[in-house]
Design a protein around this ligand. Sequence first.
Ligand code: FAD
Length: 406
Amino acid sequence: MLSIAVIGGGAAGMTAALAAASRGAAVSVFERQARVGRKLAVTGNGRCNLTNLHASPEHYHGEEPGFPAPALRRLDAAGTLEHFRRLGLLTVTEPDGRVYPLSDTAGSVVDVLRYALEGEGVRVLTGCEVKRVRRENGGFRILTDAESHSADRVVVACGGLAGERFGGTGLGYRLLEDLGHRCTPLRQGLVQLRSSSPCCRSLKGVRADALARVFRGDELLAEAAGEVQFTEYGLSGPVIFELSRAALSVPGTLVSLDLVRDLKEEELRDLLLERSRRTPFLPPEDVFVGTVQNRLGRVLARWAGLELKKPLSELTGPEAARLARAAKSFDFPVTGDMGMPNAQVTVGGVRTSGFDPETLESRLCPGLYACGEVLDVDGDCGGYNLQWAWSSGFLAGSSAAEKEHA
Ligand SMILES: Cc1cc2nc3c(=O)[nH]c(=O)nc-3n(C[C@H](O)[C@H](O)[C@H](O)COP(=O)(O)OP(=O)(O)OC[C@H]3O[C@@H](n4cnc5c(N)ncnc54)[C@H](O)[C@@H]3O)c2cc1C
């Protein structure tokens, strides 16, 4: 019986193991943490955005833009949902194509995968960090601190550096480099942004629905709409993750938030003037009551330079216009990001030119396969990175089990 060692029990590794085992191979998963799927269990803020119905190669980045296509064809988003349904996981799809488990709990995704591994007879070795992989007699020797195992094929699914607390390490890069592969430069992707705006601190914890635009000078680099979270250091939330690539692509960018995207600037100005007439007794800093969250409204009023001592009834047309402009262009100069430990994904990885995109087998070391984040493929925000983990894991695991014996 063909023996396959899968190194890494994350999203890609578990999928590779299931694909190989269902094709009759004897599969062992080596996982350095105490349990499999630790990172998966915290994805999507604990909800796990497990795929996106719009997953296609255009949503992925790396040195070779076409590289993910064959894997995504072999297991696309619809196929992934069908696969999970067979494992017993029900899902819901949001209007933008993001898919979550119906239970709204990432743990459910980990559970169905764990039980499926057990059902397929996969041997799972937890607390077992692989230190080296050596070629030996046409197969491989896998060395951990305490033991040595042999396998006919090896699938490296060690993930990347992002999300250190949940298992992000550079170990997979090292294992593959020892076998002759090379890495591109690595940096953090899908990450929270730091800003020099003095408003951040006072807005800590506030969330808002906004249209966020990234500018360098007058040039619009990218835009996206959805939830923004204000933090002590800057900006976070799904929209910010999505825009972080553009915001960090060049120095001196600015994130400008339109907090009232359904109204034109003049409409908002008129609404604020109307408010000043109807409720002249309100403190002026409450001028935004009913339009944006109260704390956000007060910070915005100050940021727009509203005269706080005079009564709201004395709000002038130009002042209302200035407030409206502030709400439509609430600006945050970008000064950096929160670094790899807080990022969702690694940009860069093991060079894909060393692997056959049709099988994910190494071109340098036959019988060796790689999948998931360890490769130089990263996706946009919105379920695309997990889709890459499922698709590439499935392709690597099934190719490893299907390939004829040498
Ligand atoms: C906080 C957070 C939230 C995220 N949310 C989403 C989301 O909602 N949707 C989405 O699409 N993507 C999300 N991502 C990204 C997504 O989780 C990753 O892209 C995906 O998990 C990568 O899968 P992987 O199997 O390649 O790596 P991982 O899931 O990181 O798994 C790799 C495994 O290998 C193990 N390992 C490493 N080296 C060794 C070794 N030498 N020996 C043994 N074991 C080893 C690690 O412990 C780990 O368990 C999120 C990431 C983070 C950090």
